[in-house]
Ligand binder design. Structure first.
Ligand code: SF4
Length: 166
């Protein structure tokens, strides 16, 4: 499947726990003031990548703990991102997904949004809000953004705070 991306970083240590392949999805409609990556807003920018090529990049780095889907807005491309995430998890790796949407919007959203949530281990939700910016936060830029344990939250039916990967 094709995923429109701005690029990938093969050895990120800032986009979730451990060593991660960060996949910067292209396209975001939130346009948060102070966004860290406005070059990813244009939904026709970036380039089309085969998800099999992303998986191949995962396979070439045996030190990876998992991938991080970030952006841009991964949920705008959930139909391609969800099976990619599933394939990564099938290899015993973890999936971190960043989104400008809220957990409640995602779980009440289209079926492919719910599927990407199902294939996510740690979800970082909510838009970046400049007035709530804090550079000391773990894996996120503003206080409103939540680190959500996606499997536990889906099981509980309410957002459950992420602590760490077991
Ligand atoms: S949701 Fe994320 S990528 Fe989109 S504008 Fe806001 S900070 Fe930028």
């Amino acid at each position: 499947m094709l995923l429109r991306i701005a690029g990938m970083v093969n050895d990120s240590i800032v986009d979730g726990p451990g060593l991660r392949l960060a996949v910067f999805c292209q396209g975001c409609r939130r346009h948060c003031p102070g966004c860290h990556n406005p070059a990813t807003w244009d939904e026709s920018g970036g380039y089309q990548a085969e998800t099999d090529d992303v998986l191949a990049a995962v396979g070439r780095n045996p030190l990876l703990d998992g991938i991080t889907l970030t952006g841009g807005e991964p949920f705008l491309q959930a139909a391609a991102a969800a099976p990619l995430a599933a394939a990564v998890r099938a290899r015993g790796l973890t999936v971190v997904t960043y989104t400008g949407y809220l957990w409640e919007e995602i779980t009440g959203g289209p079926p492919d949004w719910l599927e990407l949530a199902r294939q996510t281990d740690l979800l970082v939700d909510g838009p970046f809000i400049m007035g709530e910016r804090n550079i000391d936060l773990l894996f996120r830029g503003s206080v409103n953004q939540r680190l959500i344990d996606a499997p536990a939250s889906l099981a509980a039916g309410v957002p459950v705070a992420w602590r760490r990967f077991s």
